[in-house]
Every structure is written in structure tokens, then in C-alpha cells.
Design a protein around this ligand. Structure first.
Ligand SMILES: Cc1cc2nc3c(=O)[nH]c(=O)nc-3n(C[C@H](O)[C@H](O)[C@H](O)COP(=O)(O)O)c2cc1C
Length: 415
């Protein structure tokens, strides 16, 4: 796996003499596993041809807002901006930086930068006097304040014959800084989580079921937070309409506990997880004799026999790699600390997240939750009532700390 494996990079190239280094940069990025789409300013084409960058990136290069005037087609700058995990502009000229600061959209690259939702990284390249000009310094400061990451230019001999700061960083340094920057943005890149979420519906017949009031909100918030930190998440969801749209979330929708178990076990076999988070409210029992088709009212039995459902979390934990960090959820009525501590050992968890339906605003159906992180009898961390997203952040912090401090396993990502 390359250090930029799976990363999608929109590479903007502008009209600097350093544009010749872009060929080398594309190769560096592609070799490190990134998918690269090149966008050139019209000025950049004076210095290097689209054919060179298109060949090296393996994709057509975009440089014009309109593709074919007669056909009325255009390059979709919004789509390009959304596709990338980052837009890297290397080299970036003084002119393009000024356009970024002013929010101009008079070429394709500037419109991509205006519509991009992903982070932006720039590698300035220019003559020493252009670089030290107050206009350039101010523009760089503004861009930094807006969250743009700047890869500082080198000091040395410049194309103008002058010597000083302004030479674009070498492609290898750009690749290394980009990798380190991605890592800081997504510290759990390369790690895997397996999450079960939502309720399960256990059929009485084809239309009736035994279920519970779990909405799947907490599990979805955790999946999204871990994916934002770079994890690939296998998300096994019982019936829930809460979306989990993120490229890092691989979602499988199931209905019953048995389906959830099968889907989770298959995900675990395919990708041994670094963390298991069992948020699902799995029905403890299911009707022993579900009726095929829709039963008539008169055919419904007066009472139902139940059989116990398997304990999904316990069996996943038992099958998981030893270094995997295992988290269970416990929903209590009243103070459930004793039950949570029991669950910790009975299910082989490293931590149990305890929430209680008797806490106002906590548990099923609310957008907020109040939880305790139960690590053991000596360590129970209590939190105040907060949004389920904020609870997900607290939990992700614990997962992150655990994974980054553990002894690396063969399954762990490379540096
Ligand atoms: C030979 C030559 C080299 C240039 N090198 C640079 C450069 O390194 N950095 C820069 O900011 N501008 C440089 N320029 C000026 C830019 O090409 C000019 O500002 C252009 O409008 C940039 O357009 P763009 O940012 O849309 O690509 C150079 C111009 C020429 C003719």
C-alpha cells in the first residue's frame, strides 16, 4: 500500500516556470497510490503540455471551462471539486493566489477552487522579489487564515537568475508533506472499524414484527466520525433511515438479528477490524415460528413462542484479532453500572458505553445522549448530556488513542 493509497488529488498547475516539475510530481503522487486529475490554467499550457500530464496521470487533463463550444459542453468544475480528497496547486503563481484571495472564477482552476469542499494545499513558486512583495505576503497570510495549507518554497537559485526564497519545493518534498498533512487530517487512515447499529426487526409474519425504538442515530454518528478520521468502516445497520454518506463507510442494511450476525461476520472475515463498536439494539429474542406471508387477523396466535437470538457482540469480539479494541453499548433503566461491568467481561469488551433511558434526553429516539464510558470498576468516565455527534467525537477520541498507542500488528497501516 502506497503512502497516498486511495487518495484522490486534483492537481492544479499554473503558469510558472516550475510547471515543468509537475510531470515529476504527477509521477510521485501516482507512484504513492494516489488517483490524480490535472487541471491546468491557460497560462500553465505555455510551460508544459496537457499531453505530458495527461499521459502521466492516466486521465484527460482539464483546462477550459467549456469543452466544445459548438456542442455546448463544459467541464464540470463542481464535480471535480467534489471528487477530490484535496486540491493541490503546485506550482501556484502569484496571480492564481491573488485570484483565490479575491474569489475570482475566470478560469477552470479558480472555479474548481471556489466550489471544492475538500481541503486545499498550495506550493508557491515565483521569483524572490515577487515572493517577498507585500501583496504576496498578505495573500499567503489570508489563504493560511482560511485554512489553506502552504508548502513553503525552497531557498536557492531561481529561474530569474536571482537567488533567494521562491523556488517551488521539490516534488518529493511535496509528496512527503502532503502525506504527513493527510495523516494529520485523517490520523486513523488505514485502520478498520466494524460497527453494528440500529434495531433489528424479528418477523411474526411478512408484515408484523417484534422490534425496538432504536433509531440508529448514535451508530451513524460514530461511523461518520471514524470515517472522517480516515477509518474504513463496515457499517452493518438494522432498519434505519439515518444516512451515512461518506466514501469511508461501507454500509450493509439488514433486517433481523440473524442477518446482522451473518453480515457482520462476513465483514470481519474479509477485513479483520482494529475496532468493533456494537451500538446495535439487537432483539434478544425472535418469534420461534414466523408465519409465512401475511397472516389473517383470525389466524394470528393468541400468544407467541420465542427463541433467543445469538449474542452478536460476544461472538464478534471472540472472533476478532487480539489487538482489536472492542466497545459495547448498554442501555439501562436507572443506574446500570453493575450491568455494564458485567457486560464488559461477559461479552469480552474493552469498554462499555452506558446510557440510561431514565436520563432526560438520553437513549433511543433523542438527538442527544448522556453516557458513561465504563472501562472497568476503577475507571468510569462520566459525560454531560450532549448531541449524539459530540458523543461520537468523545468515543472516536478514545478509539484513536487506543489504536495509535498499541503495538502495531500486521494489519496496521504503514507509515
Ligand atoms: C517565463 C515566465 C515565467 C514565469 N514564472 C512565474 C513564476 O514562477 N511564478 C509566478 O507567479 N508567475 C510567473 N510568471 C507569470 C505568470 O505566468 C503570469 O502571472 C500568468 O498570468 C499566470 O497565470 P495563471 O496563474 O493563471 O497560470 C512567469 C511568466 C513567464 C513569461
Amino acid at each position: 500500500m502506497g503512502s497516498l493509497s486511495g487518495r484522490r488529488i486534483v492537481l492544479g498547475v499554473t503558469g510558472s516556470i516550475a510547471a515543468y516539475k509537475s510531470a515529476h510530481l504527477v509521477r510521485e503522487l501516482v507512484k504513492a497510490g494516489a488517483a490524480v486529475r490535472v487541471v491546468m490554467t491557460p497560462g500553465a499550457k505555455e510551460f508544459i503540455t496537457p499531453l505530458t500530464l495527461g499521459t502521466l496521470s492516466g486521465h484527460p487533463v482539464h483546462s477550459e471551462l467549456t469543452d466544445d463550444r459548438d456542442a455546448g459542453t463544459w467541464t464540470d468544475h463542481v464535480e471535480l471539486g467534489l471528487w477530490g480528497d484535496a486540491v493541490l496547486v503546485a506550482p501556484v503563481t502569484a496571480h492564481t493566489m491573488a485570484g483565490m484571495v479575491e474569489g475570482r472564477g475566470d478560469n477552470l482552476l479558480l472555479t474548481v477552487l471556489l466550489s471544492a469542499k475538500c481541503p486545499v494545499v498550495i506550493a508557491p513558486a515565483m521569483d524572490r522579489d515577487m515572493f517577498t512583495h507585500p501583496a504576496t505576503s498578505d495573500n499567503l497570510k489570508t489563504l493560511r487564515n482560511r485554512g489553506v495549507h502552504v508548502i513553503d518554497p525552497d531557498t536557492g537559485e531561481l529561474a530569474s537568475g536571482l537567488s533567494g526564497k521562491g523556488r517551488m519545493a521539490e516534488p518529493e518534498r511535496i509528496r512527503k508533506e502532503l502525506t504527513a498533512w493527510f495523516k494529520s487530517q485523517a490520523p486513523l487512515m488505514g485502520y478498520h472499524a466494524l460497527i453494528t447499529s440500529g434495531p433489528t426487526f424479528e418477523p411474526i409474519d411478512a408484515v408484523r414484527f417484534i422490534g425496538n425504538r432504536s433509531s440508529g442515530q448514535q451508530g451513524a454518528a460514530i461511523a461518520l466520525e471514524l470515517a472522517r478520521r480516515g477509518m474504513t468502516v463496515d457499517f452493518i445497520s438494522g432498519p434505519s433511515s439515518i444516512p451515512t454518506d461518506h466514501p469511508g463507510v461501507r454500509r450493509v442494511d439488514v433486517g433481523t438479528a440473524l442477518e446482522m450476525k451473518a453480515a457482520a461476520e462476513s465483514a470481519l472475515r474479509l477485513t479483520p477490524p482494529d475496532a468493533i463498536i456494537g451500538t446495535a439494539a439487537v432483539a434478544d429474542v425472535r418469534p420461534a415460528h414466523p408465519i409465512e406471508g401475511k397472516a389473517q387477523k383470525s389466524d394470528l396466535p393468541a400468544s407467541l413462542d420465542f427463541v433467543a437470538n445469538p449474542d452478536i457482540l460476544a461472538s464478534l469480539n471472540a472472533a476478532a484479532p487480539g489487538a482489536c479494541f472492542k466497545v459495547g453499548f448498554a442501555l439501562a433503566h436507572g443506574d446500570g453500572k453493575e450491568a455494564a461491568l458485567r457486560k464488559l467481561t461477559e461479552k469480552g469488551c474493552d469498554m462499555v458505553v452506558l446510557n440510561s433511558i431514565t436520563d432526560k434526553g438520553a437513549g433511543f429516539g433523542h438527538t442527544t445522549n448522556r453516557v458513561d464510558f465504563v472501562h472497568g470498576p476503577q475507571r468510569i468516565d462520566s459525560f454531560e448530556l450532549k448531541t449524539k455527534e459530540a458523543v461520537a467525537t468523545d468515543l472516536a477520541e478514545v478509539v484513536q488513542k487506543q489504536l495509535l498507542q498499541r503495538t502495531p500488528t500486521s494489519n496496521s497501516p504503514e507509515d
